[in-house]
Write a protein that binds this ligand. Structure first.
Ligand code: SF4
Ligand code: SF4
Length: 168
């Protein structure tokens, strides 16, 4: 295990309240309440998804244990925010997990499904492009027609933040 001090500092600085993450005392309340940990099963954080372990690894600067592992290690988080709600130290875990995901994308190591979903947003301005079956179902339910998004405008916005350069 290699400590990456620069990465560690980035993590510390990223939290909305700098350095608060270091007050994590590994109580595991986040992991106990995480729905993803419950189904990927790993209380001790050696396999599966575990927010407690991720906070510890981020705090210690173990970049390679976070960003050079199975996709599940950081991308398993669904950002349901339960861990943020239950952490007794008021650590905003999901802020750190979003930072980790962004780091993963910067390194070109995100999972394929993320790139394909981002490409769909870029191409159609929708995460789920419309389909005839969806339109029919909406009609049956008496829902109004979905207004088509301005794809060009969305693409301009995405280009302005450089998101198009991160697509594969
Ligand atoms: S609930 Fe908070 S203090 Fe407890 S292990 Fe998780 S991040 Fe650390
Ligand atoms: S936000 Fe992520 S880590 Fe936290 S409880 Fe939900 S799935 Fe688990």
């Amino acid at each position: 295990m290699e400590i990456n001090f620069e990465f560690r500092k980035l993590v510390m600085d990223h939290h909305i309240e700098p350095d608060l993450i270091k007050y994590c005392y590994q109580c595991s309340r986040c992991a106990d309440n995480c729905p993803v940990t419950a189904v990927t099963e790993d209380f001790y954080g050696t396999t599966g998804y575990n927010p407690r372990t991720n906070i510890l690894r981020a705090l210690l600067g173990y970049k390679n244990l976070l960003l050079e592992q199975d996709d599940l290690v950081i991308w398993g988080c669904t950002v349901c925010d339960t861990c943020d709600e239950v952490c007794p130290q008021n650590i905003e875990l999901t802020e750190i997990f979003t930072f980790l995901k962004n780091q993963s994308i910067d390194l070109g190591k995100g999972p394929d499904f993320i790139y394909s979903q981002a490409q769909a947003v870029f191409d159609s301005a929708k995460a789920i492009p419309s389909q005839p079956a969806i339109e029919r179902r909406r009609d049956q339910l008496g829902l109004p027609k979905v207004v088509a998004p301005d794809v060009e405008e969305i693409q301009t916005l995405l280009k302005n933040i450089g998101a198009n350069k991160k697509l594969k």
